[in-house]
Design a protein around this ligand. Sequence first.
Ligand SMILES: *Cc1c(COP(=O)(O)O)cnc(C)c1O
Length: 224
Amino acid sequence: MPDASFDSAAARADVLARIARAAQAAGRAPSDVTLVAVSKQQPWEPVAQALAAGQTIFGENRVQEAQERWADHRAGVELRLIGPLQTNKARDAVAFFDVIETLDRERLAKVLADEIQAQGKAVRLYVQVNTGEEPQKAGVQPAEADGFIALCRATYGLEIEGLMCIPPADEPPGPHFALLAKIAARNGLARRSMGMSGDFETAVRFGATSVRVGSALFGARAAG
Ligand SMILES: *Cc1c(COP(=O)(O)O)cnc(C)c1O
């Protein structure tokens, strides 16, 4: 249940401090890690508190929900799509988002390439990798990642900024973060979007360059 007394500004300061400590412990600069505040399914009030506290980068998992929430607050905000993207929403997604983190199939690569060209908008792209090879989860299989990245680059002319993963909920995340980092390194990709409220410090230790944190910043989401 959403908690009306939740203080998002204080929660953000705490999360940033934990990111900085985890980075320093790993011999990394805290500024190497970007906090993406996942505002999906949250009431506006805690999101407004985070904005007022200086948070400018937000993640949403649905195109339409993001448009409804952010249309009137879009200036100065970087929006990242972190949920699965249907090809029939690609036009809206390219128009509205700065970053799409869930590129995971050839048909979507083609449609995104067409939209980026048509709109003349340089959306930044991440390839999602299904590191746990879970049948219900989006993302390319780890064994197919190199080929898919090469296809995106060579056939569709897409510039890939990095990789994203969501490890299985019931496994230690470290090996999944390590696998994503390895695939990124051998494909010349410097950016890795990995780590959520429950495991972002582990993700920073394994080389995350951005962490996607929702409930630790805004409190529990409304059901549904
Ligand atoms: C919801 C979501 C998050 C944030 O999850 P929390 O556990 O609330 O931090 C991060 N990444 C993705 C892809 C999500 O859908």
